[in-house]
Design a protein around this ligand. Structure first.
Ligand code: GDP
Length: 361
């Protein structure tokens, strides 16, 4: 669009934190991501959120619309949250940035009735190892017998509407989850009681299905990011871009493309890039940077808009020649004014590390 050239960012800007969703199978990871996307579409201006490229950007003003009185946008200077759309700890472990996890922050989804399960504990092990801050979403509160649902609203409003019996049932189950977290070595409490999120894990009761508590989750994620990630989010957004391949996909009219997350710097049309490949790093040139059209416009025209520039952190589809051997999880680097051999070496070193990391799983 027209505004892209003028939106070229300057050094020292704050980027969007990248959020991953983990947890046991069937505990509601996919539903939660769908609900966040869905409420963002409902609440947001057309085009405010993007999807279909492996990640969903939810800008601060949309979060603030969803969260209502829980979030005052003036309290935050981070631009929003970027959710990785593929949930699960496998994608969390294989998606990296410079040796660390690609995600800056995580949500561990736990079915409030089912409690801790093997993959819940695996998720916590991974987050501990990677020292990733996280919150626990105690999901499916609407399945508690007698729960009276109402829709996307703060959890305290929802709880106030329940009978005493339902409320004490909920509390009992939440304390069970808090106890299980403690067994795993994490000190935790209901999120509204947590004073210091650096030492304590916040538990957010919610329903990914009906939407109760989702405003609270977004609020806690923004608060956590603002307080503890701000230093890491301060990056040279104008520098040569660095990113990670989420998926390698065929796109009609563009051939093989990369669904990617850019987590540092800027990628521009015509930039020379190095991408991790099956046999060796691929050196190629960006032909087009594609963003999905706003949902309302899809089907009326072509599916993508081209943009001149993508700045961290954001999802983008990269069209370029010679991408057939590119790999999911592989690094992407813009060469810009560096020596291409140095950049190839950087990509190779990172690929070696990823292979080691995958073997450990
Ligand atoms: P995943 O495997 O963790 O991605 O779990 P899904 O999101 O696929 O959810 C598994 C099942 O639980 C699906 O049938 C969902 O509809 C259901 N589910 C997820 N969240 C909720 C919730 O908050 N309330 C209810 N009642 N069902 C839910």
């Amino acid at each position: 669009s027209d505004s892209d050239a003028s939106a070229e960012p300057t050094a020292g800007q704050l980027r969007t934190p990248i959020v991953a969703v983990l947890g046991h199978v069937d505990h509601g990871k996919t539903t939660l991501l769908d609900t966040i996307r869905g409420s963002a579409v409902t609440e947001g201006e057309a085009g405010a959120i993007t999807q279909h490229i492996g990640s969903t950007a939810v800008p601060l003003d949309v979060i603030s619309d969803i969260a209502g009185k829980l979030v005052d946008p003036d309290d935050f200077d981070l631009p929003g949250l970027l959710f990785i759309d593929t949930p699960g700890h496998h994608s969390f472990s294989t998606l990296r940035s410079r040796g660390g996890a690609l995600a800056d922050i995580a949500i561990v989804v736990v079915d409030v009735t089912d409690g801790f399960q093997p993959q819940t504990i695996e998720a916590l092990d991974i987050l501990r190892r990677t020292q990733t801050p996280f919150v626990v979403a105690a999901n499916k509160v609407d399945t508690l017998p007698g729960w009276n649902p109402d829709g996307t609203e703060p959890i305290q409003t929802a709880i106030d509407r329940q009978s005493d019996r339902v409320e004490s049932d909920l509390n009992e189950r939440l304390y069970e989850i808090i106890g299980e977290l403690s067994d795993e070595g994490f000190s935790a409490d209901m999120y509204w009681r947590v004073q210091n999120f650096q030492n304590n894990i916040g538990v957010v009761p919610l329903s990914a299905m009906t939407g109760e508590g989702v405003p609270d989750l977004l609020t806690v994620l923004m608060g956590l990011s603002q307080r503890f990630l701000k230093a890491e989010m301060s990056i040279d957004v104008g520098g040569p871009g660095a990113g990670t391949v989420l998926e390698v996909t065929e796109e009609r009219g563009f051939g093989t493309t990369l669904d990617a997350i850019v987590y540092d710097g800027t990628v521009r049309e015509d930039d020379r890039i190095v991408v991790g490949g099956v046999n060796e790093p691929i050196v190629t040139e960006v032909r087009a940077l594609l963003k999905p059209k706003p949902l309302s416009e899809i089907r009326t025209e072509k599916e993508f808009d081209t943009v001149e520039t993508v700045a961290a952190a954001d999802g983008v589809k990269i069209a370029a020649p010679d991408l057939d051997d590119a790999m999911a999880g592989a690094p992407i680097r813009v060469v810009r004014d560096r020596d291409v051999e140095d950049v190839i070496e950087e990509v190779q070193a990172e690929l070696a590390e990823i292979e080691v990391g995958t073997d450990e799983e």
